[in-house]
Design a protein. Structure first.
Length: 129
């Protein structure tokens, strides 16, 4: 008859050899940052100075939701969309800072010389694709 101490120590020796230390794999977490890497503020600083000045003059400190650059047939129009659309409807601007109507005719011309090229205005709509 074997002593209970011998059986217990043999059991510990057998199971101790099988045990190994594994580091737990880090839990994979979903990244909460899913927004684009380009913010409206970054896009604002990339706009021509005349366009920036018109946005400041027309919208003041209104929070910009997004800025879209539309281009077609050699013409560029900047669409500025605000967070509070009831208070600040979309603003469409020519590269010289002129405010444009929905049909892209000039609603309010930019001051002359704001783009360094004599204040060219976009007076015709950009045709769709």
């Amino acid at each position: 008859m074997k002593s209970p101490l011998f059986v217990a120590s043999a059991l510990v020796a057998l199971t101790g050899g099988c045990a190994s230390h594994h580091e737990a794999a880090p839990a994979v977490r979903e990244n909460p940052y899913t927004l684009p890497l380009v913010s409206p503020g970054t896009k604002f600083t990339a706009l021509p100075p005349a366009v920036q000045n018109t946005i400041r003059a027309e919208a003041g400190a209104a929070e910009i939701d997004r800025i879209v650059t539309y281009a077609g047939q050699g013409k560029v129009v900047y669409g500025i969309y605000f967070k509070n659309r009831e208070m600040n409807p979309p603003l469409y601007l020519a590269p010289d800072g002129s405010v444009l109507n929905l049909d892209l005719t000039v609603a309010k011309p930019a001051p002359l010389g704001t783009n360094g090229a004599g204040g060219e205005h976009i007076n015709s709509p950009i045709p769709g694709p």
